[in-house]
Write a protein that binds this ligand. Structure first.
Ligand code: ADP
Ligand code: MG
Length: 240
């Protein structure tokens, strides 16, 4: 579904990622791990062209993204959930969820609202459909943000540390929603520091550090027997 070929990214003279090559299959659940500043956000944001690579190619279903085609290509492919939930404060939960379907996909309001309620239900938020974000907890807001991403009806959702801004007691409710999504055919790419979650939902984990993917593999193998010394050090720090 998505492929990166010899991707590098620099900010000025600072090369953040160097010669990244990866392929993500349709329906695959991939977790990206790594220390802070490693380039994880930069990497995931290049998958939807929120960041443009300095060199190399990003392909979606084998079609290379270009300056010209990327808006449409990305719009057809992925939605994103951010660390900061980015809900519109002046809109209710349901209005947040139905905004893109109504404005971008031209779905009639009634139908969009019906669908929107279905997505809110899926994240356990149907009873808060008419609440404004300020009246919702962080965990509830993030669940609405996930419903909003689902409502865009894309084959892939990108998550960049969706629980990092939450108070600890709210992390699990959001992880639970994501685990339940991971049972479906949707392609999920998720940057997270939640190791138990990663192990539970990922088909594959990628460990990013020093500007590159230092190790990747199936989660049990990676967590039980990391091979790369940087990955070993990272895991022993984070798991103890
Ligand atoms: P991570 O998500 O793994 O913490 P990031 O991808 O956010 O890492 O950042 C990787 C590196 O790139 C960091 O050193 C960061 O300071 C730098 N960086 C990220 N975005 C920008 C930007 N817009 N301009 C300049 N430097 C940036
Ligand atoms: Mg980041």
């Amino acid at each position: 579904m998505i492929e990166m070929k010899h991707i590098s990214k620099s900010y000025g003279k600072n090369e953040v990622l160097h010669d990244i090559n990866l392929t993500i299959q349709e329906g695959e659940k991939v977790v990206i791990l790594g220390p802070s500043g490693a380039g994880k956000s930069t990497l995931i944001r290049m998958m939807n062209y929120l960041e443009e690579p300095s060199s190399g190619e990003v392909l979606i279903n084998e079609v290379p993204l270009t300056k010209k085609n990327h808006l449409q290509m990305v719009r057809d492919t992925s939605a994103m959930v951010f660390q900061q939930f980015n809900l519109y404060p002046h809109m209710t939960a349901l209005q947040n969820v139905t905004l893109a379907p109504i404005k971008l996909q031209m779905i009639p309001k009634d139908a969009a609202e019906k669908e929107g309620m279905r997505y809110l239900k899926r994240v356990g938020m149907e009873s808060k459909a008419n609440e404004y974000p300020q009246n919702l907890s962080g965990g509830q807001q993030q669940r609405v943000a996930i419903a909003r991403a689902l409502a865009m009806n894309k084959p892939m959702i990108l998550f960049d540390e969706p629980t990092s801004a939450l108070d600890p007691e709210m992390v699990q409710e959001v992880l639970d929603v994501m685990v339940s999504l991971s049972k479906e055919n949707i392609t999920m790419v998720c940057v997270t520091h939640e190791m138990g979650f990663a192990r539970q939902m990922a088909d594959r984990v990628m460990f990013v550090a020093d500007g590159t993917i230092l190790e990747e593999g199936n989660p049990d193998e990676f967590f039980d027997h990391p091979k790369n010394p940087r990955a070993q050090a990272f895991l022993s720090k984070i798991l103890h």
